[in-house]
Design a protein around this ligand. Sequence first.
Ligand SMILES: Cc1cc2nc3c(=O)[nH]c(=O)nc-3n(C[C@H](O)[C@H](O)[C@H](O)COP(=O)(O)OP(=O)(O)OC[C@H]3O[C@@H](n4cnc5c(N)ncnc54)[C@H](O)[C@@H]3O)c2cc1C
Length: 408
Amino acid sequence: MSSDERVLIAGGGPVGLLCAWLLGRHGIPVRLFDENERPRDDPRAATTHPATLDLLDADGLADDMARVGLVCPIFQFWDRPSGELIAQFDHAVLKDDTRHPFVVQCEQFKTAKLILQRLRKLANVEVLFGHEVIDVAQAANSVTVDVRGPDGVAKHRGAYMIGADGGRSTVRKQSGIAFEGFTWPERFIVLTTPFDFEASRGYCPRSYFADPEEWCNCFKVSADGPPGLWRTVFPTDPAKSEEELMSDAAVQARLQKFFPSAQAFEVVHRNLYVTHQRVAETFRKGRVLLAGDAAHVNNPIGGMGLNGGIQDAANVSEKLARILLNGEPDRLLDFYDVARRTVAVEFVQEQTIANKKRLEAKDPAARRQNLDELREIAADPARARQFLLRTSMIVSQRRAAAMELEDA
Ligand SMILES: Cc1cc2nc3c(=O)[nH]c(=O)nc-3n(C[C@H](O)[C@H](O)[C@H](O)COP(=O)(O)OP(=O)(O)OC[C@H]3O[C@@H](n4cnc5c(N)ncnc54)[C@H](O)[C@@H]3O)c2cc1C
């Protein structure tokens, strides 16, 4: 294959790296650029859902993620003001729907590292850290990018370009693709502590707390090994500055208010995130494809952002391989756009907004109705299965596959 068949990728986050691996495994030449000097120790995503794990079976990747992460079959909903456990869901009811009836809590930097290890074995894949994509131009049969590296700006040519360069995507902006949606006024704060919420409070490693004043998500990650770390996610007051929100006193007060404890909490990380709900107006413009956060962003309740990005990566890589290796028509990429964009809008955006509204509901009647509904669903195995098929993203994967069959 010549450079005319090369796929260029902007972004060495988990989505860009996965695209590089899935294409590179077929022998397709790939050149990936990431502006950072080295892979990031990114603490954001951890939850990897069954539908996504099913896509990561090749070369034991899903097994390796489970080995370095935590296998979590159960999640819980709690009512914070009353302290009541409202509902508990066990992914075991999905045993006939997925090869992975559980989620794996694997921090995204670990997933990226596992993919990088595999990429290093592929001579046809170049991973260039310290290289920032600054411009993209297309011709009839090629795409050219300007990349700023250690020796200045150089042009690189390929057959296709995947923009996996995150929410602020240069590829998306330079391609003139709008990013429609909105930004939540409140930022989300993530406080990470070794405090063992399971041993001391009985919370399982994925616990959601509804509270009309201040909801919370509480998750366990394996970190550097036992006993692991717990990440707590809260909304913050839009009127408060970063300094006010992140001070030691404010962080302790927030944790103590939610999880009263005789001792101060040890806090090993604190991060503040601006949170958006946005989807690119198209995931394909000629020879430029968008994937991951470059194509869609959402709030993290339900853990769907990176999962959607991995599903994009699997879908777009499979189509590019068919085009480049088998000479199939490149209108396959329109199916990528239609299928993946539709589930991003109709499923991930809708579900993550609904997840947030359920946890933050203030009206007592609405709160009662939400919690009663959760109790009833959890108590009915058929409804619990339907509920989990949605939360574990199996429904959206099936919907995307069905749309492609209709279009083909
Ligand atoms: C608090 C929090 C918790 C989350 N939890 C979950 C979860 O549990 N499950 C889940 O599925 N999702 C979760 N997410 C979402 C998840 O973190 C993102 O969806 C994920 O990081 C997207 O991966 P990506 O590879 O598309 O983009 P990124 O991880 O943002 O990677 C983009 C890469 O592109 C590089 N880059 C940017 N611009 C350029 C350029 N011009 N040239 C070259 N390189 C460039 C960057 O350096 C970066 O390495 C969470 C998010 C937050 C904020």
